[in-house]
Write a protein of this length. Sequence first.
Length: 209
Amino acid sequence: MVLIRLTPRRLFWLKGVLHLLAALPLLWLLWAINAGRLSADPVPELLQFLGLWALRLLLLTLCISPLAKALKNGALIRVRRLVGLWCFVYASLHLSAWLLLDLQLAWGLIGGELVKRGFITLGMLSWVLLLLLAATSTQGWQRRLGRRWQRLHDWVYLVALLIPIHFWWSVKSGWIEPALYLAVSLSLLWRRRDKLLRLAHGFYKARPV
């Protein structure tokens, strides 16, 4: 039974509300910076803030499909791209803050960090995958890629595993919060275990001998 029918008008307003809610953390961050509410060493705090919101929005995208099925309201799927793009925005800001503020565009140091630190390697790989998903999220790319589009966008499940691990490995103390995010991610992936097994089987069969 559909509790609320999403007419085009209601969907328009729902998207507007979601845009506003997704932008609120950035507005708060700008206020906090101007008001001097960050710590004496603000860069790690800024990195964690942006990274956490990227992770939260990523997990929210994985919640949309089960919620649409539970409510029997397929129109909810149409907000998934919006949330996914906001996830990419926060992930890109997280990466930019690391490059500009933490490493100050020292490209030699950046290469060394990518090689030496596993959590940075995972984070960069996750961002590249998110970039591909965001760049091909339009209906035009969906038509161009055909069946390959869905196969490409199934890589979001790998990202949903890599980013919580990236978070866990990046923290220097306290494992409870990253463990909770990883548990949520694993529970959302577990709901899709049949699909993931099919994807893994298809990938195995497609490998060159």
